[in-house]
Design a protein. Structure first.
Length: 199
């Protein structure tokens, strides 16, 4: 299957900036990756995309030259968008990316997802299916949508993301042992990944 990854990175991260300072773009904040190497948040996200996902798009806003540079360095097409929310970003990205067997929606502020979890979400995606990782009973990211959802994804707007499509679809839950699927860097203190103990 040719699944296209859509990395959503157009938000302004206002909660993060409120604590870290208005000049600090959370996508470029340094964090320690799963491999123990310090990199910007968005680079960790792109690094975690499995090599099997060859079609990749990053949706970001204008003026983020370093985000664009990193996206291209990791083989991504770039869509510049002044987005009013996740729905706008998703709709524009699906329209721009063209035909695909499906889309993998990845959030640009989730740097600690294991590549194996991403592969499991994509595996077995059906044309009319949605696959979502589940950690500790909670839905996480990334989420895969089969090709049949193209028109509905392109109809999204504002901050109404892909979860709105779960109600009328066959959602396959992919059980993972990966706290990273729930961990987004909304605040500076979340740049340090400390997964909960399982004992």
């Amino acid at each position: 299957m040719t699944v296209t990854a859509l990395v959503l990175a157009a938000g302004q991260g206002r909660r993060f900036r409120a604590e870290a300072g208005d000049a600090q773009d959370k996508l470029l904040a340094a964090c320690m990756g799963l491999d123990g190497v310090m990199r910007p948040v968005i680079e960790q996200v792109l690094l975690n995309l499995p090599a099997s996902i060859v079609r990749r798009w990053v949706v970001t806003s204008s003026g983020r030259d370093e985000v664009v540079r990193l996206a291209r360095a990791y083989g991504c097409e770039v869509l510049l968008l002044e987005s009013a929310g996740m729905g706008d970003s998703l709709a524009a990205a699906v329209a721009a990316s063209g035909s695909a067997d499906g889309w993998l929606v990845v959030l640009g502020d989730m740097p600690f997802i294991q590549p194996a979890s991403i592969e499991r979400v994509v595996e077995g995606l059906e044309v009319d299916g949605i696959r979502v990782p589940v950690q500790s009973g909670r839905y996480g990211h990334p989420v895969a949508f089969g090709a049949a959802f193209g028109p509905q994804l392109m109809a999204l707007s504002g901050d109404r993301g892909g979860r709105a499509l779960f109600v009328s679809a066959s959602v396959q839950e992919v059980l993972v042992d990966d706290p990273g699927v729930l961990w987004d860097v909304d605040l500076p203190q979340l740049l340090s990944f400390t997964p909960p103990r399982s004992d």
